[in-house]
Structure formats: C-alpha cells, structure tokens
Design a protein around this ligand. Structure first.
Ligand code: NAG
Ligand code: NAG
Ligand code: NAG
Ligand code: NAG
Ligand code: NAG
Ligand code: NAG
Ligand code: NAG
Length: 520
C-alpha cells in the first residue's frame, strides 16, 4: 500500500520534471544528500561534435533505467536501457548507433546533427519495476559556420560616393562583427550598421576607407571570418608636387625634375616647358642646361578614372657661375689712423652677395669699418695696426661663388703712438735725399769731367721727372724739370710738417742739387 501511494506521488512529481520518490529517499539515503541532477555538457553543441548527458547521484537502488528521445517514454522512443542487476545494456528503437549508455546513468552522444537537437528523458524503475524517477534534459545543435564572404554594391566607388558591404550568406541567430585594417568597427558619422550588423554602409567614402575589411560571424559554438576585402576607391589626382625644390641651376648641370600626385588609378604625367610639351613621363631630364633652359616648367597630371587633372608650375633659372672679382686699393701701405678704401669690382650681373674675408676668415666688421655700394666698398677709418693682413672679397650668385685674389695691407705705426720718432723719420728722409744729391753731384762731376758736357745728360734729367709723375700723380703743368724736383721734395716735406730744425740735413747738399739741375 505504501508503495502504491508512493507511486502515485512520484507520478505527480515527474510531471514537474524532477523527482525522487519519498520512499526512495527514506529507504536508501538521507534525504538531504543524493540530490539527482542532470545536465547536457555542453548545452550548445556544434554539429558533428559530441555531447554528454551527465547524471549526478543516480540512485543505486534502481533495477533498470532508460534513455528516451523526446519526453515520450513509449518503446518507440527508447534509445537504450541499462540493467543494473547484471550490468548490461540494450539499445532501443530510437538508437542511432552514436549513443553510449553508462552504468552511472549518463548518456554519451557522438557526432550530433541538427536533428538530434531537443529534449531527452531519463527514467528509472525500482526493484519492483515501478517507475521512481524521470528527468528531462535538453541540448541544442548549432551548425558549424561556413566561411562568410563580403560583397559590395559598389566596390570601386569614387571618393565622395557611398558603398554598401554585405556579409553573407545569411544565417539565423548569428552575430556579425566587422573589422577594418584589423580594428573593430562600430557605427560613426560615415559608417552605419544595419540588418543586425550584417550590412555595413560607408557614406561619402575617402581614400582612407580602402580597407581591407573583414566580417566575422559567430554563434554560440563557432566563429568564422571572411577573406579580406578591399575597396578600390578612385581619387585624385591631388595637386602635384615637383622635386627637387631648387629654383636656380648652374649652367652645365643636369636638370632632373620629378613630379608626384596622389591618385587612384595612378595618374598620367606630362611635362611642359614654357607651355610646350616636353615629355610624357613622371621625370624630366635635361642634361647640361644653358640659360636657354630657364623658364616655366609645368607638371600636368591626369586621372583617367576620375577624369580629373591638375597642374603645378615651377620657375627654373639657369645661371652662369660668377667670374673672379677684382679687389683694388690705392695704396697697400697705410699709416695707422689714416683711412683705407678697398673696392671690389666684378663684371657679373645678378650677383646676390658680396662677402669680405680677412686672413681667410669672414671679416668681422668693427665700428671703424663701413660697407657701401651693396657691400662692394669696404672703408676702414681710422685704421689700426690689427687691420694689417690679407683682404679678399667674394661674390656669389645663387649657384656659385668666387673670391678675389688677396691683397695684403700693411699698417705703419703712427709715430705718436710709439715706434719710430718723428725726428728719426725726418732724419732718414733727409739723409736719403742728401745721399741721392751727393751721388748725383758726384756722378755729374765725373761725367762732365770725362765728356766735357753733352747731350746725353739731357736724357737723364728728362727721364727723372716722368718717373716721379708716375709715382706721385700731379704736375703736368709744371713749367720745367726743376719745379718738378722741388715739388716732389716739398711734397715729402708736407707730409712731415713737424720736422724739427735740429734734424735738418746739411743745407749745402740740397742747394747743390738745385744748382746742378739748374745748370742744364
Ligand atoms: C559517468 O561515466 C562517464 C563515462 O565513464 C563519465 O564520463 C562521467 O563523468 C560519469 N559521471 C559522473 C557523474 O561521474
Ligand atoms: C549602393 O548602395 C548605397 C546605399 O543604398 C547607395 O547610396 C549607392 O548609390 C549604391 N551604389 C551603387 C553603385 O548602386
Ligand atoms: C551591432 O554591433 C554593435 C557594436 O558595433 C553592438 O553593440 C550591437 O549589439 C550589434 N547588434 C547586433 C544585432 O548584433
Ligand atoms: C587620410 O588619412 C590621412 C592620415 O591619416 C589624413 O592626413 C588625410 O587627410 C586623410 N584623407 C582623407 C581624404 O580623409
Ligand atoms: C649629367 O648627366 C649625364 C648623363 O646625361 C651624366 O653623365 C653626368 O654625370 C651628369 N652630371 C651630373 C653632375 O650629375
Ligand atoms: C654642355 O654644353 C656646352 C655648350 O652647350 C658644351 O660646350 C659642352 O661640351 C657640353 N658638355 C657636356 C658634358 O655635354
Ligand atoms: C640659346 O638659344 C639661342 C636661340 O635659340 C641660340 O642661338 C643660342 O645658341 C642658345 N644658347 C645656348 C647656350 O645654347
């Protein structure tokens, strides 16, 4: 009786899907332990994979237990049974050949397909063949995902157009993920996802949207990724750039220009010189240029894909190398504190700079130095001893430069600043004049004694003043040679105005010179 009521009770519980009879609980194990549980491992199975319907704590008092496909425990749905008495099992009508029933109650299912998805029932009979347990478990079979592929309604858009990418083929219950250049994409201003993220719309594409794109599809059990897909976006040409950027070229060098413009498909390049076609290439090469090659060079680029063209022009000037400049100074020996002017002459036009060198280094201008006439004239006023040295001027144009021959300036110490005293200088000068006079007098004396006077002497005296003229400049209006000589001497005297009387040479010597000359 007890058993019968227990059976009835069990039936009700089994309707709820989970049970262990009260009698079982009371007869063979403490009610708090031995909780029977059942699970599918895994619940979501990829097609072709295996699943274990795992039973925990199966009551050991069972005489027999059965697995059924579905929730119907009729014989037609029996997969297999296990008889605990002799540890044997038998397969049932619904056995597919891929199931294995274990002593511990679990059922192992191999190589499942979509039709295996669903509910499975475990039922058990006690020693009296009374059903005392019934459990249901469910698993899902998911198709292994095929490799998806990307298609586009416009895979070669022009910059500014829209393009729609679709990931296919379409399958239910899958998640779509998009990547561009390996980075996950999400919606943005120009990027829209639709149809459950299956469709990616690119609005107003730019050349940076080229890709490659990948779409990945996922379900609970698998994932697969498409091959990379790139858009062939037509753009450009952008404004071309010309290299190198030099504007000036030295005559005789090679002109080698190269033009580049971003463009897809690649642009065609053309060169024009003063609007006359030169070459249909990206590079232009003209060896050994002359000034005739100065002019306007145009790079013309055209994109047949977009039908657009652009140009960039470049002015090239071919210059001859500058010739050597000439440095001039009136006198290379200057008395300290006097001024000196150095003048740089050049025949070249288009000189872009004049530089001054002092002892082979760039001249450091002091406040005593001035540059004038576009730096072609250097004036030092007043000079100092440290100004003595080699001067050069160097002229340049944008492609060449050349230095003059050096000129050495000697700066003679100012006597008031030390060095030779005025008196000493005066003494030397007068001594020299006197010496020359004496020698001349002696020579004249000897000569006239030998020849008795003659026309040759005229030549000698005529020659003398012309040499002076060359050296010291003035005096074409001199009435005669005597005046020339005196002028020269006086000139010397003027330069030594402070000559003290005590240092004068013997006056007789000078007088004799005058008298000898006057005789002629
Ligand atoms: C039952 O036996 C199978 C096969 O030996 C095993 O994989 C499974 O883990 C066992 N179940 C339990 C609950 O131990
Ligand atoms: C592709 O689809 C987008 C959005 O529908 C549309 O704007 C674009 O014009 C289409 N392109 C072509 C070539 O059909
Ligand atoms: C689409 O993708 C976004 C992320 O980009 C995600 O937040 C959203 O849940 C996805 N929608 C669907 C239906 O998968
Ligand atoms: C493309 O990207 C580069 C660098 O990321 C950027 O400088 C350029 O402006 C972009 N071009 C367009 C058309 O968006
Ligand atoms: C100029 O080009 C010629 C070939 O045309 C080459 O032989 C020469 O070396 C080049 N000169 C320079 C300075 O590059
Ligand atoms: C360059 O041209 C000049 C004159 O046009 C010519 O005299 C010279 O030989 C040429 N040099 C070379 C390397 O071709
Ligand atoms: C430059 O062109 C003129 C006329 O075309 C020609 O007479 C002259 O010889 C050319 N000069 C050089 C350096 O090639």
């Amino acid at each position: 009786m007890e058993l019968a009521s227990a059976r009835l009770h069990k039936g009700q519980i089994s309707w709820w899907g989970l049970l262990l009879t009260a009698s079982l609980l009371t007869t063979w194990s403490p009610p708090t332990t031995a909780q029977v549980t059942i699970e599918a491992v895994p619940t979501d199975v990829a097609e072709g994979k295996d699943v274990l319907l795992l039973v925990h704590n199966l009551p050991q008092a069972l005489r027999i237990f059965n697995w059924y496909k579905g929730n119907n425990t009729e014989g037609a749905y029996e997969i297999a049974r296990f008889i605990t008495a002799d540890n044997t099992n038998r397969t049932g009508a619904a056995y597919s050949g891929r199931e294995t029933i274990y002593q511990n109650g679990s059922l192992f299912f191999q190589n499942v397909d979509k039709s295996d998805e669903g509910v499975y029932t475990l039922s058990g009979l006690d020693q009296d063949y009374a059903p005392i347990l019934k459990f249901y478990v469910r698993f899902y079979v998911h198709l292994a995902l095929q490799k998806p592929s990307i298609t586009s309604n416009n895979s070669s858009p022009m910059e500014g157009e829209d393009s729609v990418l679709m990931c296919g083929p379409y399958t239910d219950n899958i998640i779509y993920l998009w990547r561009r250049n390996g980075e996950s994409l999400s919606e943005g201003d120009r990027l829209k996802l639709s149809e459950g993220n299956r469709t990616l719309t690119l609005l107003n594409v730019t050349r940076n949207d080229t890709g490659p794109y990948e779409c990945e599809i996922r379900n609970l059990v698998s994932a697969n990724r498409s091959d990379p897909f790139s858009l062939n976006i037509a753009y450009g040409p952008d404004t071309p750039s010309i290299f190198p950027s030099d504007t000036y070229l030295l005559q005789g060098s090679n002109l080698s220009l190269s033009c580049h413009a971003a463009s897809n498909p690649p642009a065609q390049y053309f060169w024009l010189f003063n609007e006359m076609p030169q070459a249909s290439s990206q590079e232009l090469f003209i060896p050994n240029v002359t000034t005739n090659n100065s002019g306007i060079y145009t790079c013309f680029v055209n994109n047949s894909g977009t039908g657009l063209s652009r140009t960039t022009v470049k002015n090239i000037t071919v210059l001859e190398a500058v010739t050597q400049p000439f440095l001039q100074v009136i006198n290379t020996t200057i008395k300290e504190l006097d001024s000196v002017t150095l003048t740089c002459y050049s025949n070249d036009t288009g000189i872009s700079g004049i530089r001054w060198l002092f002892n082979n280094h760039s001249l450091q201008l002091t406040d005593r130095m001035t540059l004038s006439q576009n730096n072609s004239i250097l004036t030092i006023d007043p000079t100092k001893r440290e100004d003595a040295g080699e001067y050069q001027c160097e002229i340049s144009n944008p492609v060449s430069s050349k230095g003059s021959n050096p000129i050495r300036l000697d700066i003679i110490a100012d006597p008031t600043q030390g060095g030779l005293s005025e008196g000493a200088i005066a003494g030397i000068v007068i001594g020299c004049v006197a010496g020359v006079a004496l020698i001349a007098a002696l020579a004249y004396f000897l000569y006239s004694r030998k020849t008795g006077g003659g026309s040759d002497q005229r030549d000698l005296t005529e020659h003398k003043p012309s040499a002076f003229n060359h050296n010291l400049g003035p005096s074409d209006n001199s009435p005669n040679k005597v005046d020339d000589v005196s002028y020269t001497v006086l000139n010397f005297r003027d330069q030594q105005p402070k000559q003290p009387a005590s240092a004068s040479p013997p006056p007789r010597a000078k007088e004799s010179l005058y008298s000898e000359v006057k005789k002629k």
